[in-house]
Design a protein around this ligand. Structure first.
Ligand code: WQD
Length: 343
């Protein structure tokens, strides 16, 4: 499948106003693509579109619609010569998925099937999907490579694995389809401009936005969920990866979609672990701000350690993370201190 010789290929970015989606729009623009943003604004705001315009020096068309709206998708594919779809739009709170599994299966699985059907009918053969390390479940060995067993422990993780299965089956049925699932480990950080960042609605589930909101005075203190894990300092270890490294990983994946076919999955991580206390101490060092915390009970479902083996993405996508934990936390702080209430 050859890349058309059009100057700036149009790619549809579902969830393009979200955290990873918006940062990926910056990387796409810088790589010469034209992102067409498709977002229902359920967990983002139109203000993000303004920030994108400031960073990129141009506006991207925004279609405010549901991924599950077949008619809206048909119209979009009629209006734009879409070369590929990057599918970020999904619900992603693990705890919420346990409480409301059907909402997760409807949004993340059924709506993705509608998207893939409309893509097929429109002759769009290239898909990059935002998957997650939660498809692996509890680590059986470390670091985790793409052959690790898939045993999600929550409906969110299952919903990601189910979409991967749909992509495998669709590529099996249509041999010139090209689908890549990117399994993120722990996305953190913000664009260097400080104009984009992790902007969760409500109380953050994730560590880094909770740390930055505590540092900026939005939260009283951080609760560290257990310091009795089997790790050097007793707190949980994760593979944090800069959101701009992730964004660039999607551009690398798109490049592949013009020269290969079938279904492929890649881990996007650094291969390096950091504990909760590593994050807190590094953040305090780079920001000069104290992060008061107390040790709380373990959070159900948490594991001690999870770290990616990033070797396959390096070999096949020529991608590897280049930003370290200090950079991740400095950029997160730059964003949060500019926008204490988010945008
Ligand atoms: C990191 C570490 C916590 C908050 C989740 C999802 C995963 C993916 C990334 C979507 C752990 C500790 C956290 C806090 C804490 N999301 N922690 N206090 O759980 O590794 O992964 O986000 O794809 O699907 O599972 O990330 O940031 O929630 O936790 O002590 O207030 O920080 O125990 O050790 P996690 P996290």
């Amino acid at each position: 499948v050859k890349m058309n010789n059009i100057t700036s290929p149009n790619v549809l970015v579902t969830g393009g106003l979200g955290y990873v989606g918006s940062h990926t729009c910056v990387a796409l623009h810088q790589a010469g693509y034209t992102p067409i943003i498709y977002d229902n604004l359920s967990n983002s705001s139109a203000a993000v579109a303004e920030q994108l315009a400031r960073i990129c020096g141009r506006r991207f068309d925004l279609i405010q619609a549901e991924v599950g709206d077949a008619q809206a998708l048909k119209q979009c594919f009629a209006d734009y010569p879409i070369e590929a779809v990057l599918h970020f739009a999904a619900l992603k709170a693990v705890g919420e998925s346990t409480a409301q599994p059907l909402m997760y299966y409807q949004n993340n699985v059924c709506d993705s099937a509608i998207l893939m059907k409309q893509m097929h009918e429109a002759g769009i053969k290239r898909l990059v999907f935002s998957s997650s390390a939660t498809v692996y479940g509890d680590p059986q060995y470390l670091p985790i490579d793409e052959d690790h067993s898939k045993a999600p422990t929550n409906p969110y993780g299952w919903s990601k694995l189910m979409v991967e299965q749909m992509m495998r089956d669709q590529c099996q049925a249509h041999s010139d389809d090209l689908s890549i699932a990117l399994r993120y480990f722990n996305p953190v950080g913000a664009h260097e401009s400080g104009l984009l960042g992790e902007n969760p609605t409500g109380i953050p589930n994730n560590l880094v936005p909770y740390v930055t909101q505590t540092a900026v005075g939005q939260r009283e203190k951080l609760h560290i969920y257990g310091n009795d894990y089997d790790t050097p300092d007793g707190t949980g270890i994760r593979d944090y990866v800069h959101v701009m490294d992730l964004a660039e990983g999607h551009v690398q994946a798109l490049g592949q979609l013009y020269s290969s076919n079938g279904f492929h999955a890649f881990n996007l991580g650094t291969g390096t672990g950091a504990s909760v206390l590593d994050v807190v101490n590094t953040f305090e060092a780079v920001s000069g701000r104290a992060v008061p915390y107390s040790i709380a009970e373990r959070r159900p479902g948490d594991v001690a350690t999870t770290i990616a083996a990033p070797t396959l993405a390096k070999a096949r996508l020529n991608w590897q993370a280049s930003r370290d934990l200090k950079q991740m936390l400095a950029d997160s702080w730059h964003w949060q201190s500019k926008y204490p209430q988010g945008i």
